[in-house]
Design a protein around this ligand. Structure first.
Ligand code: BES
Ligand code: MN
Ligand code: ZN
Length: 510
């Protein structure tokens, strides 16, 4: 290691968390207006097979643009993006033609993805980009598609760059959306802006390296992120975790200098019974004494707190849009490390609800902290439903890869609504069976054990035990927390998976 690298590392570990707390994620601005404007780049939304023709362009200009589009074989089919040199008289130097297919059939997620693709294609040095959506015709539809696409742009423009000494400048573009109903577009956009901020905080939480993003640091990050919102935060310290009897949560951090915390964030926007979102916040997963011994399995295990990010981000998204819902995020936070005081395989530990658990494998730690998280949620909030979300099992990744989350549910209504929310947001979930796996976590030594086969079902069965009689869903999001290269609405890095899914789910629950 060179001296320069060494000095850099020292600077980071001492000064990192502070700037992490203060990130204002986007440096762009988004304006909806019915006023036309000149700009370097002009993006034109074009329905399929529609003439590209504007009354404020001369017929020669209209013909030239149509000809350029035809030469490039641009038809306006959904997601088609074609850049053409702008003829004089088009109020721009570059035209980007964006196909919207049949706009009445364009899904919310398609519009978001189109926006993301435009963000990826745009020259980030453009100061102002005008979006002309007038060819869509129906002003209400144009407003909605514009707001969705603007959301996709925002999601794609996120950067986790605080570990770069010279980060690439973030886009500072003003996006000027030319729409006939600017107020309607603005209203849709404000709700999605709240969601975007929740996604960004979830991404920040997910990406923070394990030595900087230990339980207490995540508590502080979340407190700072939520400080201007109407959210009641409860911090359960390591001493209180132990005193309250949450032995499972306590046990996972026993080998670390950083004790386990539990963070609860309650947004009460209605008088209904609350929905509890309980997300896995294992801030690093070495596996404990069941050590993850291959470099490919231990690497990126800082993302094992993505479930906590998802639930915190969701409550932020709902609070920021003042949604009429009662929702609480519960994030048990642990640091699964090794030392002379770490839990040993075979130890028996008492859960908050009194269950005696044989910890056969210290690498099956997510279910341990969530078990106590579910108990805490039930005991403190008497919720109408519990949703677990967690990077829980390698078995899930083998079964579904990263295109779907694995869904388990004890309640048909909850199941149907979360599948629907997955389709709406593009954060899709696929239901897995649990009914035929009776006895899967039976123990001959204690009450239950923390592993079983098949792995994805054993994890789910364990969580269900601690949900008790409360209607329950569980999304195993292993593999979904991070992408290695930019794709769709995600820049390379943490995805914030779960925020869009759970926000939509809670909003649609009746
Ligand atoms: N955090 C891991 C699951 C994981 C694996 C997430 C790969 C993302 C990518 C979890 O704590 C774990 O280690 N699960 C084990 C459990 C096993 C030991 C019963 C697994 O699934 O391999
Ligand atoms: Mn593990
Ligand atoms: Zn884990």
């Amino acid at each position: 290691m060179s001296l320069k690298q060494f000095v850099g590392a020292v600077t980071l570990s001492s000064a990192l968390v502070a700037p992490a707390l203060a990130d204002n994620h986007l440096h762009t601005s988004t304006v909806f207006s019915d006023q036309n404007k000149n700009s370097e780049t002009r993006v034109i939304f074009v329905p399929e097979d529609q003439n590209i023709s504007f009354s404020n362009w001369s017929s020669a200009v209209n013909n030239a643009v149509s000809r350029a589009a035809a030469i490039e074989e641009f038809t306006g089919k959904a997601a088609q993006l074609t850049s053409v040199v702008a003829p004089e008289g088009t109020q721009a130097n570059h035209l980007l033609l964006a196909g919207v297919g049949n706009p009445a059939e364009m899904s919310r997620f398609e519009a978001e993805k189109l926006g993301a693709a435009i963000a990826a294609a745009l020259n980030s040095e453009s100061e102002t980009v005008v979006f002309d959506t007038r060819l869509i015709g129906n002003p209400g539809l144009a407003a909605e598609i514009s707001a969705r696409a603007a959301h996709g742009i925002d999601l794609r423009n996120y950067r986790f760059d605080r570990y770069q000494s010279e980060p690439e400048a973030r886009p500072q573009t003003t996006y000027h959306w030319l729409v006939n109903s600017p107020d309607s577009a603005e209203k849709h956009y404000q709700a999605s802006r709240a969601i975007a901020e929740g996604v960004f905080v979830a991404r920040d939480i997910t990406a923070l390296p394990g030595s900087d993003g230990y339980p207490k640091a995540i508590v502080e990050l979340a407190q700072e992120a939520m400080k201007d919102l109407d959210i009641e935060i409860t911090v359960v310290t390591p001493e209180q975790v132990e005193k309250m009897g949450m032995g499972l949560l306590h046990s996972v951090s026993q080998g670390s200098q950083h004790g386990s915390y539990l963070l609860a964030a309650h947004y009460k926007g209605s008088n209904d019974d609350p929905v509890a979102l309980v997300g896995k916040g294992n801030t690093f997963d070495t596996g404990g004494y069941n050590l993850k011994t291959s470099s490919s399995s231990i690497v990126r295990m800082q993302t094992d707190k993505a479930g906590a990010g998802a639930v915190i981000g969701t409550v932020m998204a709902l609070a920021a849009q003042k949604a009429p819902v009662n929702v609480v995020a519960v994030a048990p936070l642990s640091h699964n490390l090794i030392s002379g005081s770490a839990t040993l395989p075979g130890d028996v530990v008492k859960a908050g609800d009194g269950t005696l658990v044989e910890i056969v494998n210290t690498d099956a730690e997510g279910r341990l902290i969530l078990g106590d998280g579910n108990w805490y949620a039930n005991d403190t909030y008497q919720p109408r439903a519990i949703a677990n979300i967690a990077t829980l099992t390698g078995s899930k990744v083998r079964a579904l890869g990263n295109e779907y989350g694995a869904l388990f549910a004890s309640d048909k209504g909850l199941r149907d609504s979360i599948i629907k929310a997955g389709e709406t947001t593009g954060e899709k979930v696929w239901e897995m069976p649990l009914d035929a796996y009776e006895g899967i976590i039976d123990s001959s030594l204690a009450d239950i054990r923390n592993i079983g086969s098949p792995g994805v079902q054993a994890g789910a069965a364990f969580l269900k035990h601690f949900a008790g009689d409360t209607p329950w869903v569980h999304v195993d999001m292993a593999g979904d927390a991070m992408v290695s290269s930019a794709t769709g609405i995600h820049p390379a890095g943490p995805t914030g998976y779960g925020v869009r899914l759970l926000t939509e789910w809670v909003l649609q629950l009746d």
